[in-house]
Design a binder for this molecule. Structure first.
Ligand code: F6P
Length: 363
């Protein structure tokens, strides 16, 4: 009987730790189960276009600490809504999922292991319903995938944001300025909450707690009156004012996730400066948070996720995602993981802790 084979792909936005997962899947598949692994190039784009290559032990040696993904990725290749160019100025889409299924059959793999976030997992569910046996691995700096305590990539993204906040802290102090730092996170506030607490933010604004800018300014002025002549305001890109909407930077029609958030930092900074007359500056951290070497936590989590996925592939599991629950790596149905985004609960213990050390959430 021929050896079993895994087809592996990475889709959606990149983040630190993807290569560590690829390495763990390939090494575990070869070492523990004698399986072969094929790497599909550029996410679902490669599955649709028929681009893949074998992944050997040599391909994955030395990639543990490397940022990005050696397989390439794409967030413009949803097989169920594949961009077909423009007609009359409007983007046109087609369902090419049958092509993806045909190519998966051509690879001759027993399992498709897909490393991705919410968008990727939605596509996985669709492909699963078309007969492709899928195993998902939750990846994103946003930490918004449900049913897992953490996605890999989050710890690295939050660490990079923290380091940036630390650096901004010293210049804020020297110039007696209010510094607004906009961090990523899409519709959830995990990145802002963790980096804001770790970086000693005086104000943290997250989408789950709509803010009142008057309350934000009150905190900044209070600090100033107490002789604390600078303030650090950490804003999640998805944050919004009470009754307001998240600020949209642009809409990328042909993307699997068309809305790009951004601009709330600028909005908040302008408002603070106007109301308080205190000099205010903005820094948007952007894609910096997705680059570089994974942290120790992410390297370990990525390795555990990857090894588990190879084990599940050997065991013949399908339609499931690996997840971290307390200290254990478990499996959960993909359908459960995508039922809703994992947002920050308003009674989360970290919100209370932050408030206890004097951080305002702008309410
Ligand atoms: O989901 C990861 C993420 O970095 C979000 O935090 C951010 O909103 C989005 O991707 C940015 O997407 P893009 O790389 O397409 O600009």
């Amino acid at each position: 009987m021929a050896n079993k084979k895994i087809a592996l792909l990475t889709a959606g936005g990149d983040c630190p730790g993807i290569n560590a997962v690829i390495r763990a899947v390939v090494k575990t598949a070869i070492n523990d189960f004698g399986m072969g692994v094929v790497g599909v190039e550029d996410g679902f784009q490669g599955l649709i276009e028929g681009r893949w290559h074998d992944l050997t032990y040599n391909n994955v040696s030395g990639i543990l600490t490397l940022g990005g993904t050696i397989l390439g990725t794409s967030n413009k290749a949803d097989p169920f809504r594949y961009p077909k160019g423009e007609v009359g100025g409007r983007a046109e889409f087609a369902d090419v999922s049958d092509e993806a299924v045909r190519n998966f059959d051509r690879i001759g793999a027993d399992r498709l292991v897909a490393i991705g976030g919410d968008g990727t997992l939605h596509i996985c569910k669709g492909l699963s319903e078309k007969g492709i046996p899928v195993i998902g691995i939750p990846k994103t700096i946003d930490n918004d995938v449900d049913c897992t305590d953490y996605t890999f990539g989050f710890d690295s993204g939050a660490s990079t944001a923290t380091e940036a906040i630390d650096k901004i802290h010293s210049t804020a102090q020297s110039h007696h300025r209010v510094m607004v730092i906009e961090v990523m996170g899409r519709y959830v506030g995990w990145l802002a909450l963790y980096s804001g607490i770790a970086g000693g933010g005086d104000v943290i604004l997250i989408p789950e707690i709509p803010c009142d800018l008057e309350a934000v300014c009150r905190r900044v002025v209070e600090r100033s009156k107490r002789g604390r002549r600078f303030s650090i305001v950490v804003v999640a890109e998805g944050a919004r004012t009470t009754g307001g909407e998240a600020v949209v930077k642009k809409v990328v029609e042909d993307s699997t996730d068309p809305v790009r958030l951004g601009g709330i930092g600028d909005f908040v900074a302008r408002d603070i400066e106007k109301r308080t007359q205190l000099e205010t500056r903005v820094t948007v951290l952007g894609h910096l948070q997705r680059g570089g070497t994974p942290t120790m936590f992410d390297r370990v989590l990525a390795t555990r996720f990857g090894s588990k996925a190879a084990e599940l592939a050997d065991r013949g599991e399908r339609g499931v995602m690996v997840a971290l629950k307390c200290q254990d790596i478990v499996t959960v149905p993909i359908a459960d993981a995508i039922a809703k985004l994992k947002t920050v609960p308003s009674d989360h213990h970290l919100i209370r802790v932050a408030q206890s050390v004097g951080t305002s959430f702008g309410v």
